[in-house]
Design a protein around this ligand. Structure first.
Ligand code: ADP
Ligand code: MG
Length: 732
């Protein structure tokens, strides 16, 4: 397929002379000769199936079965060892029992084999013994300078005409296409290959990753980044080896080729020992916020089900990207078109408005009872010629960026004809066109058999619209500029000293006053705060203060002050202050016992910050991803409202702005009922400064400002409460 006629979504215009790139993974994915070690005569055995599959798919190179007990296998001459093969061998596919793998690798080393695919299981996935064996295997592979996929994997496929390698034991042969697919689950990978065939989805490459002992998912991503056969990358992942690296690589590739990932498995963001709202919210929100944040920031499209993975793969592999988000719908029945319209609205797609000319032509063509507005309902009598003509009219309209065609089967109208008609039209327009065919299984089977490489088809309107919306979201990502990472001036030395001091006192929890000082060192404006050690001192200073003020209780490990009556705002004078201190002491004692207060109840006097909107800015740690920055609506109801978003630092300016826009309460910050908007640039800077703090100070396990009071001018911003906790030894 040449690049101009294929649905080249990547838009990549990097050209290279053919054959000039040599990638270390070529020995595995573009071998000129393969030894199948453990090839067997026994039907149904993996060793035999892989050999069979390689032959069936017509491997474009030499094949050498290796088996000490057979002269020939599958009518091909067999060799007792790899080193006994007279010709050079690029790749060895190993299916011998786990106890024999190391000696086979040695034999391959002797022969100069550079690529391995180890299908054999029984390594780290089985326990301690297996872990040791895998470590030995890994060391051996490294020593010989080989690259290895697996162990414990289902094999690899490359459909390029110059390779044609299907080294799997999947029961069906793959269709050739422009999708590369990696799967961390072997079984699911094979199942997906089977279903893909039924759905008319073709692959450039498939890799079952197995235990990722040598070749990682990140290695493959980089391989496919420059692979001219690959326009779209699909992943089924259970874990990230190196999450930061994954993010870096994806950020770059996603600007050229779409990446779609189904990620299972949960992380445990901040679940342990969380004393902050940030930690609690991260832990409660399904624990998956870190993965979501990481993928979103990398431009990776995340799907939640395998079904959705297919839905998107179809749309992306068979269509160009849209120019905008205006959707046209063409149908022969009202119901499904209305469902589609609702789904589109939910995704932020716009129903296209038709030009005068479009309406005129539709009116001329369609019966009076038809609707010539979007969605265009041609009525049940519509045949191929109507579908074809109307689709052409809609695609010619510059106000339509993508088209959804719905067909509900009716008597006397042939579904196949309609698809063939649409196929004719859509080839002429560089716009996404997908169709909903509410047709039978036999229809799809016949279509795939007789007319492969057809347009993206869906059974349900919602799936079709979801897929179009994903195309549009990806377009926006592709068009959006890369944000800027900025370093701000900060007194990080003073921050370090403060942390040392707290550690020396044997504490890990910073008081509110210390936490505020810490964020102050990072250039975030803090409400003037004066710590008061005792009641006597309070009596001494009461007369000199400028009222109104705020009084807060301070005690070791008192983190949620309001809960124990430890906050009083808008205190107007000395008498009120002293009475409040009395009451506060009583209340804290009541809640926390005499010991707590005796253990040193002191006070914090703070300037009273009137007005302002309350936001929360926090950092928590995830065991896999490291620090996470949180932003949301703040105040005492933060865990009830749960209006927060997470990101992996460092934050670019664009990401900081995006975080702010993404919370549900964004309109409150923009101002309602005549309120002025808060200073978004100032707020974005606070987030970036916080992100810098997260990166600079890994010894902080959690830190948050809640609330930060924000105003129309950043100079008025005030952090009035903060809490920070230092990391325990060994805490992730
Ligand atoms: P807690 O430990 O319960 O989080 P805070 O110090 O955050 O205690 O105080 C609780 C609430 O009191 C804040 O959400 C804010 O609405 C209000 N508040 C606290 N300090 C001030 C202040 N200096 N000026 C104005 N309002 C304040
Ligand atoms: Mg607070």
């Amino acid at each position: 397929m040449d690049c101009e006629t294929s649905n080249l979504i990547s838009g990549s215009r990097r050209t290279r002379a053919k054959g000039t790139t040599v990638n270390p993974l070529d020995v595995i994915l573009k071998p000129k000769s393969i030894a199948v070690v453990g090839a067997s005569r026994r039907e149904g055995s993996i060793g035999r199936e892989i050999l069979h599959q390689l032959i069936e798919f017509d491997f474009h190179g030499k094949l050498f079965p290796v088996n000490p007990k057979a002269d020939f296998i599958h009518s091909i001459m067999a060799f007792p060892t790899v080193s006994a093969i007279p010709d050079p061998v690029d790749l060895a596919i190993i299916v011998v029992p786990s106890g024999d793998v190391l000696s086979v690798v040695d034999d391959c080393g002797k022969k100069g084999v550079k690529g391995l695919v180890v299908i054999t299981a029984g390594f780290s996935e089985t326990g301690e013994e297996g872990k040791r064996l895998e470590a030995q295997l890994s060391e051996r592979v490294r020593l010989y300078g080989m690259r290895m996929i697996g162990p414990n994997c289902m094999g690899v496929i490359n459909t390029a005409p110059t390779v044609r390698m299907d080294a799997t034991f999947a029961p069906t042969l793959p269709l050739t296409g422009r999708i590369a697919f990696m799967s961390q689950s072997g079984a699911l990978g094979v199942a997906i290959l089977n279903i893909a065939r039924q759905l008319d989805i073709g692959f450039s490459c498939f890799v079952s990753l197995g235990n990722k002992t040598n070749v990682s998912g990140n290695d493959l991503l980089q391989y496919w980044e420059d692979d001219p056969q690959t326009d779209l990358i699909l992943m089924y992942l259970e874990s990230f080896g190196n999450a930061k690296r994954f993010m870096q690589i994806c950020r770059r590739i996603s600007k050229r080729k779409p990446l779609i990932v189904a990620k299972s498995g949960r992380t445990e963001a901040g679940a342990r020992a969380a004393t902050s709202h940030t930690g609690a919210l991260a832990a409660r929100q399904g624990l998956d916020v870190a993965t979501d944040a990481l993928l979103e920031q990398s431009g990776v499209i995340r799907v939640n089900t395998v079904e959705e993975l297919f839905d998107l793969a179809l749309a992306f592999s068979k269509n160009p990207l849209p120019r905008g988000n205006r959707l046209g719908i063409l149908t022969n029945a009202g119901g499904p078109a209305i469902m589609a319209t609702d789904t589109a609205a939910g995704h932020g797609l716009k129903m296209a408005e038709f030009s005068e000319r479009t309406r005129h032509e539709l009116r001329r063509l369609l019966p009076p009872e038809a609707s010539i507005h979007n969605p265009v309902d041609m009525t049940g009598k519509s045949d191929r010629s109507k579908y074809e003509a109307c689709a052409r009219i809609l695609l010619e309209d510059d106000g339509i960026d993508m088209l959804l065609v719905v067909y509900v089967p009716l008597m006397l109208i042939n579904a196949m004809d309609i698809i063939l008609g649409l196929e004719q039209v859509r080839q002429r327009f560089p716009k996404p066109v997908v169709a909903v065919m509410m047709a039978s299984d036999t229809f799809f089977m016949e279509l795939n058999r007789d007319h492969p490489n057809h347009m993206a088809l869906y059974i349900f309107p919602e799936s079709a619209v979801n897929a179009l919306a994903a195309l549009d979201r990806y377009r926006i990502w592709r068009e959006s500029p890369v944000g800027e990472l900025k370093r701000f001036e900060a007194s990080s030395g003073a921050a370090e000293e403060l942390i040392q001091e707290v550690r020396q006192q044997g504490r890990r929890q910073l008081t509110a006053e210390e936490s505020l000082r810490l964020v102050g060192y990072y250039g975030i404006p803090v409400a003037k705060s004066v710590p008061i050690a005792t009641r006597e001192e309070l009596e001494r200073v009461a007369k000199e203060l400028r009222y109104p003020i705020v009084l807060k209780a301070v005690a070791p490990d008192l983190v949620h002050k309001m809960d124990v009556g430890g906050v009083l705002v808008d205190v107007r004078g000395p008498e009120e202050l002293l009475a409040a201190a009395e009451k506060m002491t009583e209340s804290v004692v009541r809640h926390r016992g005499e010991a707590a207060a005796a253990g040193g109840l002191s006070f914090l006097i703070q300037e009273y910050v009137r007005g302002g909107r309350e936001v929360i800015v926090g950092i928590t740690h995830d065991s896999t991803y490291g620090p996470l920055v949180m932003f949301g609506l703040g105040g005492i109801y933060v865990e009830t409202v749960k209006d927060v978003v997470f990101r992996v630092p460092p934050l670019t300016d664009l990401e900081a702005h995006e975080m702010i826009r993404q919370i549900r309460g964004y309109s409150l910050l923009r101002g309602v009922r005549g309120e002025a908007p808060v200073d978004f640039a100032g707020l974005a800077e606070v987030l970036q400064r916080f992100s810098q703090l997260a990166e600079d100070m890994p010894q902080i396990a959690e830190i948050e400002i809640n609330p930060l009071l924000v105003f129309p001018h950043a100079r008025d911003f005030r952090a009035v409460d903060a809490r920070a906790r230092l990391r325990e030894k060994g805490e992730a």
